[in-house]
Design a protein around this ligand. Sequence first.
Ligand code: MG
Length: 487
Amino acid sequence: MLSAARVGFLLWTLLGPLGLVLAATSAPNIVVLFADDLGYGDLGCYGATAYQTPHLDRLATEGVRFTDFYVSSPVCSASRAALLTGCYHERVGISGALGPASTSGIHPDETTMAELCRASGYATAAIGKWHLGRPEQFLPLQHGFDSYFGLPYSNDMWPFHPGVRHLTPEERAKRWPPLPLLDGNQVVDPEVSPEDQKTLTGRYTRRAVDFIRSQRETPFFLYVAYSMPHVPLFVSPEGEGRSGAGLYGDVIREIDDSVGSILGALTEEGIDGNTMVVFSSDNGPWLSYGKHAGSSGGLREGKGTCWEGGIRVPFLARWPGKIPSGRVVREPAMTIDLFPTVAGLLGANLPSRRIDGVDIWPLLADRAGAESPHDALFFYFLSNELQAMRSGPWKLILPHRYRSFAGLTGRDDGLPVEYAMREAGLELYHLEDDPAETKDVAAQHPAVVEDLLRKVEVMRGDLGDRLTSRKGSGNRPAADSVQPPKS
Ligand code: MG
């Protein structure tokens, strides 16, 4: 059966401008903008005051802003796997942050958002940080994208990593291989330098704008995964000092400019009204980097923890005329929900394999009575550790060790300080009353704890839990470039 998007495209081909009008009433272009390590409190519309983010704030005033939006894990690769597959990362076997020498990647039997869109006749482009497998078989072109430009993994996995920059070049080279820049599957710069990193946000933006301008007659899915504001921070010479709030503010300001350029291109091409633009971040701020880290906006802890500061992120969505403007949604949702939401908008079938996300279009479109489609959301970190879950206003913390930045002060020169390691017990927080998770109320609500633990047990049976030595029945393997799994 032809999808709605394909029907629109065929009508455009057959009927010209009339077809475009019809396409405009069917399925939108999809633009997903995804920042790296940008904190919950890093945008003006989420309370940042040290610098301005006018274009991102515009997404909020002209669209919808979610207050309780989550990633599935507070770390890069796991979070990106969840976004692009609509599954908890544990279901698709990608956890943590894949290093340059990792042989893992998304299994070819999984369906990515790009493959979903391409099957509906969409042109697809990935720009920016990939971080879902360096071997060629796992790069974006092999996962549904027509084109790709960017870094294959984090910009700190590099001989100039903040942690090794005091070493000699020879010693650095032993720790990290040169960082390549890719165009498609090809390396176009084998050794990205600090000067090159200053150009990344600008180059990603130009690629995104060029892609939009080349696609005005076909529906498209554009995924822009900014390398910033992941450390080490870099900004263009033009952007230096622009925010008045130091390097971190300058970097955010440049991302904001990029969003402005992308919105401007959509308007100039006359497709603004037929494009849904969403913005989010892969995890919270990397607090040990001090003034080179973002803000959790008062939430507890940051990246690398399942406290709210690590997993709750900004989420903005704008589609003029379809997503009512200026709304704030307080219902919990997660990046995994974007996949089925896009599928719904395209009229595409969901994959035959189970996914965990649920269509949140009713929340985006302000349908009467719309509420979170999730009875509970679960947070795994490290290797299959189920560390926390949320159900309604309640957050249950499961006993685990975590790295803490509480009471510590970071440096201002781009180098990290050591975290303290702490132990969490079985703890309960009421996030509507206490979003900063300061008051453990487990003792006052034993029945709630018992009920949430029942849900946790179901999840442990599904996706496992190393902390309680449980094996799941619903985990699917990642692919391995050295030892291909049987599927
Ligand atoms: Mg990240």
